[in-house]
Ligand binder design. Sequence first.
Ligand SMILES: NC(=O)c1ccc[n+]([C@@H]2O[C@H](COP(=O)([O-])OP(=O)(O)OC[C@H]3O[C@@H](n4cnc5c(N)ncnc54)[C@H](OP(=O)(O)O)[C@@H]3O)[C@@H](O)[C@H]2O)c1
Length: 320
Amino acid sequence: MSKLVAVCGATGNQGGGVVAALQRLGGCTIRALTRNPDSVSSKKLAGPGVELVKADFEDPASLDAAFKGADAVFGVTDFWRACGGDAEREKKQGTNLVDAAKCQGVKHFVWSSLEDTRPVLAATRKPLQGTYTVPHFDAKHDIEEYARQQLGDAVTAVYPSVFMENLLPGAGMDPTKQPDGSIALFLPVGQSTLAWCATPDIGAVAAAVIKAGPGEWGGKTVGVAGEHATVQQVAETFSRAFGKKVAAVTPSADDWVQAVQGFGVPKSMAEDLGNMFLFYDTVPMTGLRPLDQTQALHPGAQGLEAFLTAHKDKYAQLFA
Ligand SMILES: NC(=O)c1ccc[n+]([C@@H]2O[C@H](COP(=O)([O-])OP(=O)(O)OC[C@H]3O[C@@H](n4cnc5c(N)ncnc54)[C@H](OP(=O)(O)O)[C@@H]3O)[C@@H](O)[C@H]2O)c1
């Protein structure tokens, strides 16, 4: 039977991936939420089986209308741009999504979540934005807890890894040319293994979970990862993919926070991300984002070398 799926953030990375994957899987009608159905990215989504719906996470009535009759909702919030890096604003948006899903009797709420970093970091790091340690993680986790209180076993939490897209030129975690002409990745995680995912693969995993339904996935958590790699291994993958040496420079988190502010990253963002890297350096991410779980749901999940090769043209200037 065809499912009606309301997809938040449909014009963005994760939601766009959900729409594309649901279209590939078939058997669903998609309601794609956007604040602006006339935007270029909205128009790209239009097509058979996709209905564009104007909705705003800060306008509960628009969410009620968008979720009406939906069997499933994919929920995601945009901490950095749309919420301006404000954890309380992200929580308000996320709880609005949960409230609308409850009000409309949605049977499966698939939430793009992240860990609560406070139990790991609060003893050693000063609080950020009041009571958080990594605000963009903790806020999503608080929304997940609220969703589980309100919707019980209708909730599945999908946990993305570090986006491989962060490694694209200009995206913030990309390798850069040094004054001596060498190329280096500058990230504050020394020995620990990070989990990485390409954003279309988050969509593909979430779509597979939606397709299987709450009977199989309700009440559970799914990690998404295409590869596990240390910063050194990522640098080696760059070197292999582009035939040029890329070095890994791994300062302490505090030194990294200082340094990136010098490159123009706002203090609040640098501190949030610095704590995130400390969290990644403390908690074994490989266990939280098992590769076999992603592969079982989405056998085509990309590894780092495949991702870099697919985006090779974007690095032409750096490796010229
Ligand atoms: N970078 C990483 O490594 C990483 C890892 C894990 C999690 N994350 C999280 O990923 C999230 C961003 O996800 P993404 O990359 O998929 O987002 P994205 O590509 O930046 O897109 C944001 C989407 O949210 C929609 N949106 C924003 N504000 C809205 C509002 N008020 N009402 C309705 N729709 C709204 C936008 O739709 P319209 O503009 O069309 O309205 C757009 O589709 C962030 O919260 C970040 O913390 C990032």
